[in-house]
Design a protein around this ligand. Structure first.
Ligand SMILES: *[C@@H]1O[C@H](CO)[C@@H](O)[C@H](O)[C@H]1NC(C)=O
Ligand SMILES: *[C@@H]1O[C@H](CO)[C@@H](O)[C@H](O)[C@H]1NC(C)=O
Ligand SMILES: *[C@@H]1O[C@H](CO)[C@@H](O)[C@H](O)[C@H]1NC(C)=O
Ligand SMILES: *[C@@H]1O[C@H](CO)[C@@H](O)[C@H](O)[C@H]1NC(C)=O
Ligand SMILES: *[C@@H]1O[C@H](CO)[C@@H](O)[C@H](O)[C@H]1NC(C)=O
Ligand SMILES: *[C@@H]1O[C@H](CO)[C@@H](O)[C@H](O)[C@H]1NC(C)=O
Length: 320
């Protein structure tokens, strides 16, 4: 009798231990910890049910589903505005149609990502790279839609009704990208360390900073990092090196004359991409619309792609 009892106890212990090991790896995260790492912590905590403890992968899936559902709602809203096109000025109509195409793309990207990661935590490096690119593209598409609406004059009244869902969408997309990166790309601090240890032999480095839009670097935008570089250092006092982690940077970077000896290093061509935000259409000259305007002396950019902002009539996708 005693032996049987011991056997069962032992089995029970083994099973419990195995379960514990299974459950505790990867580790559970509270909504608070998860949301802390995003650009919109309070919006994130108010969206994620407070009793939803899960892995970072579960939280990531949750926000991807929210993103998809917001995108579908937004598409329905646009469709309802477009039901009666004759009631809209032509410029508003065009802007809304652009937003519709962009939101449709976002819908496809999100569905595509969810289809794969709904049932697995394991992705190949190529899949991780593809999904990260798609999720970055979603943010860019959203910004393009918003820019398009803002450019319409006189300001279209329908825009007012779209701003709140667009803003919620942008936050959800940003959180989704951030959590996806945390869950699947891995330790960002480690990636940043690897990036900053890349070989820049024979270069006199004065200071290094990291730009990471999703959290842990010194700055979240390239412009902020450029602004922080010291003024008028002369060209012999070592480089101010700005490491820019992979991602799509929707910003118009311009480097003033006072910024000398600037070196900007990305994670690779087609991985760190700077897209501008102004087109010749707005009345900016071609020089001004160059995404990256360099005036400073001693400027060096490595492993970065510069791309003009893509307007929907030119290329209905993320990055030309
Ligand atoms: C969230 O971040 C704040 C400030 O960065 C920190 O003080 C707090 O301990 C963090 N909370 C968690 C749960 O990580
Ligand atoms: C640029 O990228 C290439 C290929 O990924 C890499 O071998 C090289 O070290 C990078 N250069 C710098 C300065 O990071
Ligand atoms: C950038 O961040 C690193 C690591 O957190 C820190 O050691 C360094 O002082 C920061 N540099 C600047 C210019 O803020
Ligand atoms: C550089 O000069 C600009 C314009 O004079 C000033 O606004 C900025 O604070 C200066 N930046 C630094 C890092 O000193
Ligand atoms: C894009 O341009 C508009 C004005 O044309 C500006 O208000 C906005 O801040 C810019 N956005 C970025 C990300 O540079
Ligand atoms: C970057 O992307 C462009 C367009 O998709 C492609 O033609 C080019 O070969 C890519 N370059 C690298 C280094 O992957």
């Amino acid at each position: 009798m005693a032996t049987t009892f011991n056997l069962y106890t032992t089995l029970y212990t083994i099973v419990s231990l195995s379960l514990l090991i299974l459950i505790s790896f990867p580790s559970l995260a509270t909504p608070h910890t998860t949301c802390n790492s995003t650009l919109h912590p309070s919006f994130c905590t108010s969206t994620l049910p407070s009793d939803f403890s899960g892995t970072i992968h579960d939280h990531s899936r949750f926000f991807l589903r929210q993103s998809l559902s917001t995108t579908k709602t937004f598409l329905q809203l646009i469709s309802s505005y477009l039901k009666d096109p004759s009631s809209l000025p032509a410029s508003t109509l065009l802007a809304l149609q652009d937003c519709q195409v962009l939101a449709q793309l976002n819908n496809d990207f999100l569905s595509n990502t969810l289809q794969t990661i709904s049932y697995t935590d394991i992705l190949s490096p190529l899949q991780v790279y593809d999904f990260q690119t798609m999720l970055s593209a979603i943010l860019t598409n959203q910004q393009t839609c918003l820019d398009g609406l803002h450019e319409v004059t006189p300001y279209p009244s329908v825009t007012t009704g779209l701003l709140s869902p667009l803003s919620d969408g942008t936050k959800l997309y940003s959180i989704s990208l951030s959590l996806f990166t945390h869950g699947w790309v891995g330790d960002e601090a480690n990636r940043e360390r690897q990036l900053t240890q890349k070989n820049i032999d024979n270069v006199n480095v004065k200071e290094k900073v990291v730009v990471n839009p999703y959290g842990s670097g010194n700055f979240t935008s390239i412009n902020d990092a450029v602004a922080a570089a010291p003024n008028n250092t002369g060209t012999n006092n070592g480089y101010f090196v700005i490491y820019v982690v992979a991602g799509i940077y929707n910003e118009y970077v311009s480097i003033a004359k006072s910024k000398q000896n600037l070196m900007i290093i990305g994670e690779g061509i087609n991985r760190t991409i700077i897209t501008g935000n102004r087109s010749v259409v707005d009345g900016w000259t071609t020089f001004n619309s160059a995404t990256f305007a360099v005036v400073g002396k001693g400027f060096v950019a490595v492993n970065i792609t510069f791309s003009q902002h893509c307007w929907i009539d030119q290329a209905p996708s993320c990055c030309c």
